[in-house]
Write a protein that binds this ligand. Structure first.
Ligand code: RUB
Length: 309
């Protein structure tokens, strides 16, 4: 297989959601750039850099909302090299570090976040987030008896993946349709969700339906926690940039639209939860209030205002 074909294949898996979830797509992109750089045959450093940029752009276009992709790609491409071999080695090292740190971050988030779950608690989660499941699984492994309520997460039913994972862990779980969130909220002690993006002011962008859940958690006085690796925070939002919300194919919602002449199906994949509805963001660097997001971007992502976006 040609080096670029491998990148195209990874990009297609991300676009079609065969590989999905902000953390997994970031590590898949890092691995793809690493493998690309290892097999790339070029005559000069300039050519290597240009080819790597093309590959990075292909991956970046796949899921427009996920900042995890651009953060991962930025970290992999952060090198200064004298020649092609030096650049190749740096890309491999950066990508492997990113993948390893990402796995460690998920574990750490589990340890930290699980302290917020008490014995006997009922936890509601939405979509399928490896960071949120790490929190739930760490609470369960520490011996706390917990129950999870998982939403279906229409239209792609990531909730079915979630209940499959919880089943394997032996955690008592109930599955609900998305619109039952308010009906069960009075039984819920804590909502735990993942993040696609967290902005500089602590706003959360996550799977469509998250904002409604946060709204009804607030009304029911139920705590709402976000589990997110620090590379889910968006540096560009410091510069005032808005997060693009991905709109996916109508057929994911309604497979046969052809019989409707006056109906348009809309399928936004993510929504926006204001920071006021979030009690805590649990990262590998600690549990923070949403208002501290700016500091995470400056300190953990090493973001400098003068850095080229
Ligand atoms: C997945 C989703 C998840 C976040 C966090 O959306 O919204 O909550 O990506 O997941 P999709 P993780 O299925 O459309 O990719 O914690 O695994 O990174």
């Amino acid at each position: 297989m040609k080096p670029m074909d491998q990148v195209l294949e990874t990009a297609e898996k991300i676009r079609s959601m065969e590989v999905r979830g902000a953390g997994r797509i970031a590590t898949a992109a890092a691995a793809s750039l690493r493998d690309f750089s290892m097999t790339l045959e070029v005559k000069s450093l300039d050519e290597f850099n240009a080819e790597l940029e093309n590959a990075a752009n292909l991956l970046l276009k796949t899921r427009p909302t996920a900042v995890s992709l651009s953060n991962a790609i930025r970290m992999v491409r952060k090198y200064k090299a004298e020649d092609v071999d030096g650049a190749r080695q740096a890309v491999v090292l950066n990508a492997n570090n990113f993948i390893e740190n990402s796995q460690k971050a998920v574990e750490k988030i589990g340890q930290i976040g699980s302290r917020r779950i008490r014995d006997g608690d009922t936890v509601l989660t939405h979509c399928n987030s490896q960071a949120a499941i790490s929190v739930i699984s760490a609470a369960h492994s520490s011996g706390k008896k917990i129950k999870v309520i998982a939403t279906e997460s229409r239209p792609r039913f990531q909730g079915i993946t979630t209940i499959g994972m919880l089943e394997k862990l032996g955690i008592e779980t109930e599955l609900i349709v998305d619109s039952a969130a308010r009906s069960v909220m009075n039984e819920v002690d804590l909502v735990v969700v993942g993040a696609d993006v967290i902005t500089a002011n602590g706003t959360l962008v996550n799977k469509i339906g998250t904002a409604q859940i946060a709204l009804c958690a607030r009304e029911a006085r139920t705590s709402f926690m976000v589990a997110a690796e620090t590379y889910k925070f968006s540096p560009k939002t410091i510069l005032g940039e808005l997060v693009t919300i991905e709109e996916r194919e109508p057929m994911e919602v309604l497979p046969d639209i052809s019989k409707y002449r006056h109906v348009k199906v809309r399928n936004p994949a993510f929504d926006v939860t204001p920071h006021q509805y979030i009690d805590l963001i649990c990262t590998e660097a600690g549990a923070i209030s949403p208002e501290m997001s700016y500091l995470i971007i400056r300190e953990r992502l090493g973001w400098d205002m003068d850095e080229e976006v």
